[in-house]
Design a protein around this ligand. Structure first.
Ligand code: AMP
Ligand code: MG
Length: 417
């Protein structure tokens, strides 16, 4: 099937073929931004013991019944407990233990009074001192209970959850020096084109730099994948075949740039058909009508057009969600917002437009303007934009003041707006 299809149909066909990567065990810090592959169970209670939330005194609340600034109650300090100490000396009636934040609450005490509400009557407030208390604490006040975060043996983070920095903290406190997460896909990036030279070179006559290899690699990194930049492939049947076979052996997903149009030297489609399967090669969108999907030896293949902005947009719309799905992420769609056009925009063709644009927040809500020339050969508008203005299929004039849909590129998928 190679007919032209809508963006939705094309995305659906691609995503239906995408399978989640197997899990791997990684060092704790390597799990950032990845999806947990198995429930993480805590090996201990967190907190492991009742502890003080304040620097102050552990007391028996009943001893301080009726205490106020005018009618303070005096208690004897029998111990001094710092964070990391362990005191088994019980606090009896008329007694208090000086206690620091994070220190274990001693037996007998049921509340903590912050130091600011106390005054030494004799001594320095340490062991042997007499201290006046100006308030009556609520039972349990300023005590953080054992297992408040999670009990030993309970699940602290479930399989399928995305791990951010707070999750790393939770996993650390529950004993996970390593965690099982879904593998990041290795993405082969194959730029085709006899006009291409490496970035470090000054292009000779008729040549241009292979910038797509880097922009795609950057997009792969941003999507959580591992970019494998392959050598430039000239517009040659054998060279294309060889590069694709190697890509299929060495990667989990193949992305190519260029060579998918109707040019005399466009070899991506014939080689894909010869080596594997070509599912489609045209999508009703602009920029980037010749988006090409298929597979080689079971490895998903996505052929992006060569014009730098067509490449960029095609990646965002198709490849990024596929790479997210491979990593076990459930949220594949960028947040959409409505914004008011600040100028007229005209479109034609039965294609969805993804215009590079900039959203701004103002007093009257969000407004949006194109961020530069919309030529698919130019990348500056994408660099200066923060969204795609998405205009529906069909001819149309969108006058200033119209509300249009925008796909935010500055916010991660799955964040409801
Ligand atoms: P193609 O899709 O191969 O017909 O290429 C379309 C346009 O994109 C041509 O002007 C190419 O020179 C340009 N192009 C192709 N590949 C790259 C690349 N890797 N980096 C930058 N521009 C490219
Ligand atoms: Mg080409």
């Amino acid at each position: 099937m190679t007919e032209t299809m809508t963006v939705e149909q094309a995305r659906e066909l691609l995503l239906a073929r995408i399978e989640r990567m197997p899990a791997e065990r990684v060092e704790l810090l390597q799990c950032m931004g990845r999806v947990l592959a198995e429930d993480a169970v805590s090996d201990i209670d967190v907190a492991p013991f009742d502890n003080s939330a304040m620097d102050g005194f552990a007391v028996r609340a009943a001893d301080l019944a009726g205490a106020t600034a005018e009618t303070p109650v005096v208690l004897s300090v029998i111990s001094h407990i710092g964070a990391g100490d362990w005191s088994e000396t019980p606090v009896g009636p008329g007694e208090a233990a000086r206690i620091m934040t994070g220190a274990p609450v001693p037996p007998g005490a049921d509340s903590v009074v912050m130091v600011e509400r106390t005054e030494p009557v004799s001594g320095d407030g340490g062991t042997g001192s007499q201290v006046a208390f100006a308030i009556e604490p609520a039972l349990g006040e300023h005590i953080r209970k054992r297992a408040e975060e999670v009990c030993a043996g309970a699940v602290v983070i479930s399989a399928g959850e995305m791990l951010g920095s707070a999750a790393v903290g939770l996993l650390a406190s529950t004993g996970h020096a390593q965690v099982a997460v879904y593998r990041r896909p290795r993405v082969a990036i194959v730029s085709t084109g006899s006009e291409l030279v490496e970035v470090a070179e000054i292009p000779g006559p008729g040549k241009i730099r292979n910038s797509n290899s880097y922009s795609i690699a950057a997009q792969v990194l941003a999507a959580g994948g591992i970019p494998l930049r392959f050598p430039i492939v000239p517009d040659d049947l054998d060279a294309t075949r060889e590069a694709f076979l190697r890509a299929a052996r060495e990667s989990d997903f193949i992305v190519t740039s260029g060579g998918v149009s109707v040019g005399d030297f466009d070899y991506v489609k014939p080689v894909l058909e010869e080596l594997g399967e070509l599912t489609y090669c045209k999508v009703k969108m602009r920029p980037g009508n010749p988006q090409t999907m298929g597979s080689i030896d079971g490895v998903p293949f996505f052929g992006l057009p060569g014009n730098p902005t067509s490449t960029y947009v095609g990646f965002e719309i198709f490849v990024r969600p596929a790479l997210r799905k491979m990593q076990g992420l459930a949220t594949l769609d960028r947040p959409m917002v409505e914004a008011t056009l600040t100028h007229d925009v005209k479109k034609k063709q039965d294609r969805r437009y993804y215009l590079r644009a900039r959203l701004s927040a103002g007093n009257d809500g969000m407004s949006v303007a194109l961020s530069g020339s919309q030529s698919s050969a130019l990348l500056t508008a994408a660099h200066q934009g923060n969204c795609f203005m998405v205009l529906p299929e069909g001819d149309g004039l969108f006058p200033a003041g119209t509300s249009v849909a925008c796909m935010r590129l500055d916010i991660d998928e799955g964040i409801p707006l």
